[in-house]
Write a protein of this length. Structure first.
Length: 222
C-alpha cells in the first residue's frame, strides 16, 4: 500500500484490536527481480530505488548505461585483477543483452531443463545427469533449434536462459562480467566463485520445488 498506519494499542472508538492497521492508497511496487543481481550488483546506489519502482519497458532508457559500463566489473578489475582487463569495463553489449530489459528469457525449442541434484553437489542426481549450477560456464547446455547460441546451436541449460532452482546466479553473473561474450567463440574466464556451492536442503522435484525452510528456532548456519 502507498501508506500503512500500524496500531500498537486498542482503540475503543475504532473497535480495533491490538496490532490492527489501516491501509491507504493503491499498491506500490518496491522491487523486481526478473533477472537476478542487476539492481544489487550493477545499478548505482542513486538509482536503486528508482529501478525498483519502474517497469522493464523503461530499462533501456534509464538503466542501459549500468549494463554497458558495469561498475562491478570496474571494481573487480581494479581490486581483484590488478587492472589487467580494462576491456571488461565498458561497451558490454553482452551484459546489456542479458539484463536489458529485466525479463526472464527462455528458449522453448530446447529439451526439458535439468534440475538440481541432491542439494549437496551439482550433477549427483542420476535423474538429471549433466546438471551444473554454473549453466553454460559449467558445460550444462541444451540444443536450440531457433538460435545459434554460443556455437553449434547450444544455449545455457539454466540462467540466463530461464532460471532454475540450483542455478548459482552470483557465480554465473560474475563469471560473465570477467569474461567476454561479445566475440565468437566467447572468451571464458573463471569460473568465479563466492564459496557457496550448494543449497543446505534438497530441492523438491514437484511443485512448489523450493526446499522446505529451516526452522529458525533450532537451526543456525555453520
Amino acid at each position: 500500500m502507498a501508506l500503512r498506519v500500524l496500531r500498537d494499542e486498542t482503540n475503543k472508538l475504532r473497535k480495533a484490536k491490538n496490532g490492527d492497521n489501516d491501509d491507504f492508497g493503491p499498491w506500490v511496487q518496491v522491487a523486481r527481480q526478473g533477472n537476478p543481481l542487476f539492481n544489487e550488483g550493477l545499478v548505482a546506489i542513486a538509482d536503486k530505488d528508482r529501478y525498483g519502482r519502474t517497469s522493464p519497458e523503461t530499462d533501456k532508457v534509464l538503466f542501459n548505461k549500468y549494463a554497458l559500463n558495469p561498475e562491478l566489473a570496474t571494481l573487480i578489475n581494479a581490486i581483484v585483477l590488478g587492472g589487467t582487463l580494462p576491456s571488461i569495463q565498458s561497451n558490454r553489449t553482452d551484459i546489456a543483452g542479458i539484463f536489458i530489459p529485466d525479463l526472464i528469457k527462455c528458449d522453448l525449442s530446447t529439451g526439458p531443463c535439468r534440475l538440481a541434484g541432491n542439494g549437496t553437489q551439482a550433477g549427483t542426481n542420476p535423474d538429471d545427469a549433466g546438471f551444473s549450477r554454473l549453466g553454460i560456464f559449467g558445460g550444462d547446455v541444451l540444443t536450440s533449434t531457433v538460435q545459434p547460441g554460443f556455437g553449434g546451436g547450444t544455449v545455457p541449460g539454466g540462467w540466463p536462459n530461464g532460471r532454475r532452482f540450483g542455478d548459482d546466479v552470483v557465480d554465473i553473473a560474475v563469471t560473465a562480467l570477467i569474461s567476454d561474450l561479445r566475440v565468437s567463440p566467447p572468451v571464458i574466464r573463471g569460473p568465479a566463485g563466492d564459496g557457496v556451492n550448494f543449497n543446505d536442503v534438497p530441492y523438491n522435484k514437484v511443485f512448489p520445488y523450493e526446499a522446505t525452510p529451516q526452522n529458525g528456532r533450532n537451526h543456525t548456519h555453520p
